[in-house]
Design a protein around this ligand. Structure first.
Ligand code: MN
Length: 427
């Protein structure tokens, strides 16, 4: 922890002070277009976005190369620079925005943009996207639907299970989600039919943005894995459950999950989350210890995050209504373990690669991170406060994720929204 986390620190950008997501203690990076302007890198501060290109002359000369990388229309080069450069820029930006250091009037032009008037973009050119399955309560709840006696497969507590997803269809929050067409074969039908997904679902996940990569054949030791993470976002792994159920045997998800993945636009850095790191939850008695290549004392002591994650549903009739509240502490594997495992066989990660954590369900019903779990596979509809019922998502439904880090003694920070509205399948 350093001066950038000081709870007494305030900003001359007045809307940042007391802002639920973007006080001066957060300073997340993103890519935006101001009205009539091109794509560029910026930093969220209150209700504004700091234009890093415009801020260059106000920063110490030593920081300018880093700020220039973070001002580009994609953040890949910035992520590649790693933790030390990122921390230095954070310190410089914190000083620039701190109360009492208001920029001279001549320098203010073009420095700040009203966030509500800007368009946000996916922050990186994503080379590869991998979706993990580290939410053990989700894995168990999903498994129970098919194998009530034996919901978790024997590999689960040894392997951070994942599949390779699709980078081309990762889209920024707010992009409409077009219901996919696909092969459906419910149990009561003998042959499949092709048509609109009938069991459209969301999955509440965390996204991990990869920073410095590794060379092919050169695994990342678990003790160094955290330094390969550039930041975090919210991620919705939209899932077509009927298509998934039919197509996934034996190779796992394909078209059921590659039509759309939503990410929140702001990359919250590991530095901003430093006060909210906690020990990985102890494994229940009888669970195996992670194999050596996934076990690091420091990672176990502080490799988990304490962040509340909320799912809300807005229908065309009302809302938003809360569907669940969970916490990232419920993940069975740390983000560093995901990184170390991914590279352990020699796979090279690249700056700007994206991981999904897996659905972050809590042990209790009020924290289930997908409708599949909340409605027990669609068998028990959920009744919304306005009387509407849902088994799965309907056209016109909007799913909204939020996450907040709050701990006594520290200024709480948030991620901004990850939202998507379901549009009808193409006819
Ligand atoms: Mn998923």
């Amino acid at each position: 922890m350093d001066a950038t986390h000081d709870p007494k620190l305030t900003s001359w950008v007045a809307s940042a002070n007391g802002h639920p997501d973007f006080p001066i203690q957060n300073l997340p990076h993103g890519v935006f277009s101001p009205p009539g302007g091109g794509k560029r890198g910026g930093v969220a501060i209150g209700n504004s976005i700091l234009d890093l290109g415009a801020a260059l002359p106000l920063l110490p000369a030593a920081l300018r190369p880093v700020a220039e990388a973070a001002a580009q229309p994609t953040l890949n080069d910035f992520f590649a620079l790693g933790a030390e450069a990122r921390q230095a820029l954070r310190a410089g930006l914190s000083a620039l925005l701190a109360a009492g250091n208001r920029a001279p009037p001549a320098a203010l032009a073009g420095l700040l943009h009203e966030a509500a008037a800007c368009t946000m973009h996916v922050p990186c050119a994503i080379g590869d996207y991998t979706d993990f399955f580290a939410g053990i309560h989700h894995a168990r709840n999903g498994g129970k639907l098919f194998r009530p006696e034996n919901p978790l497969l024997p590999n689960y507590k040894y392997v951070p299970v994942a599949y390779h997803g699709r980078a081309s269809s990762v889209r920024v929050s707010g992009t409409p989600v077009i219901r996919p067409n696909g092969q459906r074969k419910p149990g009561n039908e003998t042959v499949p039919s092709f048509g609109p997904c009938r069991l459209l679902d969301y999955e509440m996940e965390f996204g991990v943005w990869i920073g410095p990569g590794n060379a092919p054949g050169a695994p990342i030791p678990i003790g160094q894995a955290a330094s390969h993470i550039a930041g975090y976002c919210l991620l919705n792994d939209w899932s077509a459950r009927d298509i998934q159920g039919w197509e996934s045997q034996p190779l796992g998800p394909f078209l059921a999950k590659n039509f759309h993945t939503s990410v929140s636009p702001w990359v919250v850095t590991p530095e901003a989350l430093e006060p909210f790191r906690i020990a990985q939850e102890a494994r229940p008695e009888g669970d195996p210890a992670p194999l050596d290549y996934l076990l690091d004392a420091r990672d176990q002591a502080q490799g988990a995050l304490n962040l509340d994650v909320e799912v809300q549903l807005q229908t065309s009739q009302g809302g938003p209504f809360r569907l669940s509240l969970s916490n990232t502490r419920h993940l069975y594997w740390t983000f560093a373990q995901m990184v170390a495992h991914h590279a352990s066989g020699g796979c090279n990660l690249n700056p700007g690669d994206l991981f999904g954590s897996g659905t972050i369900s809590s042990p209790t019903e009020d924290g289930f991170g997908a409708l599949l779990e909340i409605t027990y596979g669609g068998r028990q509809p959920v009744t919304l406060p306005n009387g509407e019922e849902r088994r799965f998502l309907e056209d016109g439904d909007t799913v909204i994720f939020n996450a907040r880090a709050a701990l006594p003694g520290w200024v709480s920070i948030g991620f901004g929204e990850c939202r998507g509205t379901v549009r009808p399948a193409p006819g």
